[in-house]
Design a protein around this ligand. Structure first.
Ligand code: TXA
Ligand code: MG
Length: 354
């Protein structure tokens, strides 16, 4: 299959390209497009065969459910049994935007989309290209991130082409995405709502609407990582094994720089997810640097790190490094929490410092 690649102005996409993408979706085609978080691989959510092809194209296990993208809360209504008041309030505040709501599903939603679950995940993206394509298609669009299964999510059209070129009908390239990490997934289908996946919509932002909201507890990857790193579910992962340094921010950077020196001296090709300060400390020893931000700490910096995270991982893969070293952000919540979650999933080893 040849994959049609179209570049569009992200703010004002060419109506002819949007119409072609929508027609392709209505025929059961697979179309990748930018959202404000990461690129999605879209398919008509009500077309079972197309949804099955999507799982094949990504190499994704069929037990991992998809997010359905719609234009409005009204359109979400047909996909669920009822829209509770809390969902309405959250939608009014955060949609369009990077928040996914999990609700009991209606019979309209195929099993293929929900992996047989009695719930469905729904969001209204804010990216003008995503919005235009969904509106023109005139139906709900199931869209996982447009990467091969277990690879870092794509934040640029070129990432999608690398992973899925020749496997899907069309890529609409609207430049780099803004947020850089996937949407916050909030499960409203239970009595006590929980965040299944942290994202740009943080616990603090949700709390006024969902007072008791918390992160998922239980044997999460987080806890598994502490006791048994090998069992960490491999997700968002670069090809080279990633060692993640966790703990006191200053001690962590020092430990990372020390290990980078040691591995480089031992002849390894070392890749580092680096801040500008790390870059200065590592300048002379010939490691491969992928810059994630200017300097550490502030929430603005977390915004910069999130938007660069997956591109940096892919750059290090392209540079064919043997190992990747990265530091965890200090804060547990805010966007730092989302970055930490993704780095933990990408990591082969977590080194605790201090
Ligand atoms: O930002 C995003 O959410 C991007 C863009 C393209 O919208 N999409 C995305 O999709 O990240 P995907 O398929 O890579 O991740 C979907 C996540 C998975 O963790 C999945 O387990 C969860 O949402 N999910 C989907 N349906 C669910 C359900 N019914 N119950 C619980 N979790 C669900
Ligand atoms: Mg994904």
């Amino acid at each position: 299959m040849t994959t049609e690649l179209e570049h569009v102005d992200p703010r004002n996409p060419d109506a002819r390209v949007i119409a072609r993408a929508a027609a392709c979706l209505r025929r059961g085609g697979l179309v990748a497009f930018p959202t404000e978080t990461v690129y999605g691989l879209g398919v008509d959510a009500l077309d079972r065969d197309a949804v099955r092809r999507l799982f094949e194209a990504k190499g994704r296990p069929s037990n991992d459910p998809l997010i359905v993208h719609v234009s409005s809360i009204e359109e979400a209504g047909a996909l669920v049994i009822a829209v509770p008041a809390i969902a309405r309030a959250l939608a009014a505040r955060f949609w369009p935007g990077p928040l996914t709501l999990v609700l009991p599903r209606s019979s309209l939603v195929p099993d293929e989309v929900t992996a047989g679950l009695e719930t469905v995940a729904i969001r209204v993206p804010s990216h003008p290209v995503a919005r235009a394509i969904i509106a023109a298609a005139g139906r709900p669009i199931a869209a996982p991130s447009a990467n091969l299964f277990s690879r870092p999510s794509p934040t640029q059209g070129a990432h999608v082409l690398d992973d899925l070129g020749g496997r899907i009908e069309m890529i609409v390239d609207g430049g780099p995405t803004e947020v850089g990490v996937e949407s916050t997934v909030l499960d409203l289908s239970r009595n006590n709502p929980i965040v299944l996946r942290p994202g740009a919509v943080t616990l603090e932002m949700l709390r006024p609407y969902v007072p008791g909201v918390r992160y998922r507890t239980g044997p999460t990857d987080d806890e598994v990582a502490q006791t048994s790193p090998g069992m960490l579910s491999k997700h968002y992962a670069p090809r080279a094994p990633l060692t993640l340094f966790s703990g006191d921010p200053l001690a962590v950077r020092e430990a990372m720089v020390t290990m980078a020196h040691a591995l480089a001296a031992a002849g390894q090709r070392v890749g580092v997810m680096a801040t500008a300060a790390d870059a200065r400390a590592l300048g002379e020893i010939g490691v491969v640097l992928a810059l994630v931000s200017g300097d550490a700490g502030a929430e603005e910096t977390m915004v910069a790190v999130a938007s660069r995270l997956y591109a940096a991982l892919r750059e290090l893969d392209t540079a064919r490094v043997d190992v990747i070293l990265a530091c965890e952000p200090a804060g547990a919540d805010g966007l730092g929490g989302a970055i930490r979650d993704r780095l933990r999933r990408a990591a082969a080893h977590v080194v605790r410092v201090g």
